[in-house]
Design a protein around this ligand. Structure first.
Ligand code: F6P
Length: 327
């Protein structure tokens, strides 16, 4: 028989994502609705180790649903990767009587949650919060919709000036290990080429097709690249194009962290609220050490150990579609 949870902690960890505040709000208010005491852990696992933990009430999360970033702040903690660090963190949770934890973050954060839970027998529930969308067990992650729409708006603006000057543009979007922002923003802005870490790109083929387009005077060509692409960053790809097609007027733009900030879209706020609610319900009904995801519009629970082992994959057929649509 599982112990009843009475005091829960909530934290955000890893890269922040727009909508994390909406998820915190949902966790706090659902917890209070069920008569739980709710504690905020500042700066993710780093704050847990430093005992930077405080009691939250309904008002602590007022007027935050529309704000990007995270009121609990976030960090990456090397100390938490060690068993000693996790013991210190657990003892701090225990000193507040916290007997259940909601972790909002990506797979690295879930890996930490799973280790903590295995070593110290504290139930943890994951909520996928990352702009990268590269989490198994869910079709959506909090922040992706906002980030990808920020990227689309920026690339649309680049397209205006690119078109005016008949230029080739290499635009870099975020995603060190994941190409979803590049794939979606590239398709939505009519990119000629998309370079992502999940699929192989034949650079000779790409250069040949750009060259062929230059020859038939299709001078406006957009290449969207994820930061983790196999040929290096956008500057490197820009250099390759400049060296091999010197007649192309090539420019590079790195969108960077503007993609991670800003007010969350309606979609991200709703998804975050939905997942936050079910994370607390899950702790209460004894469904422990799972991540709350959404698959085909429905709430879905996946064991944390499965989430951290599996990866989302992007099928090669997408690249064929990109090529056909941009001809
Ligand atoms: O949060 C995910 C992410 O934005 C990746 O897309 C990116 O590669 C990474 O974080 C950058 O992280 P930071 O700027 O915190 O080092």
């Amino acid at each position: 028989m599982k112990k009843k949870v009475t005091r829960i902690g909530v934290l955000t960890s890893g890269g922040d994502s727009p909508g994390m505040n909406a998820a915190i709000r949902a966790v706090v208010r659902t917890g209070i609705y069920h008569g739980l005491e709710v504690f905020g852990v500042m700066r993710g696992y780093a704050g847990m180790i430093d005992n930077d933990i405080f009691r939250m009430d309904s008002r602590s999360v007022a007027n935050i649903i529309q704000r990007g970033g995270t009121i609990l702040k976030t960090a990456r903690s090397d100390e938490f990767r060690t068993p000693e660090g996790r013991t210190k963190a657990y003892n701090n949770l225990k000193s507040h009587g916290i007997d259940g934890l909601v972790v909002i973050g990506g797979d690295g954060s879930f890996n930490g949650a799973q280790r903590l839970s295995n070593e110290h027998d504290i139930p943890c529930i994951g909520i996928p919060g990352t702009i990268d969308r590269d989490i198994a067990g869910t079709d959506v992650t909090i922040g992706f919709d906002t980030a990808v729409n920020t990227a689309v708006q920026a690339i649309d603006k680049i397209r205006d000036t690119m078109d005016a000057h008949d230029r080739v543009f290499v635009v870099e979007v975020m995603g060190r290990d994941a190409g979803y922002i590049a794939l979606h923003s590239g398709i939505a802005t009519g990119a000629e080429n998309i370079i992502i870490p999940e699929t192989r790109t034949d650079i000779d083929d790409m250069i040949a097709s750009l060259d062929e387009k230059e020859k038939r005077r299709k001078l406006v060509n957009l290449i969207v690249v994820a930061e983790g692409g196999e040929y290096g960053d956008a500057n490197e790809i820009g250099k390759i194009i400049k060296a091999r097609i010197p007649e192309a007027d090539t420019r590079v733009c790195i969108l960077g962290h503007i993609q991670r900030g800003g007010s969350p879209t309606c979609e991200d706020r709703v998804v975050a609220s939905h997942m936050g609610y079910y994370a607390v319900e899950s702790l209460l009904c004894g469904r422990h050490n799972v991540m709350v995801g959404v698959i085909k519009g429905k709430i879905h629970y996946t064991p944390l150990d499965k989430v951290v082992k599996e990866k989302h994959s992007i099928g090669q057929e997408w690249m064929k579609i990109v090529k056909i649509l941009a001809s």
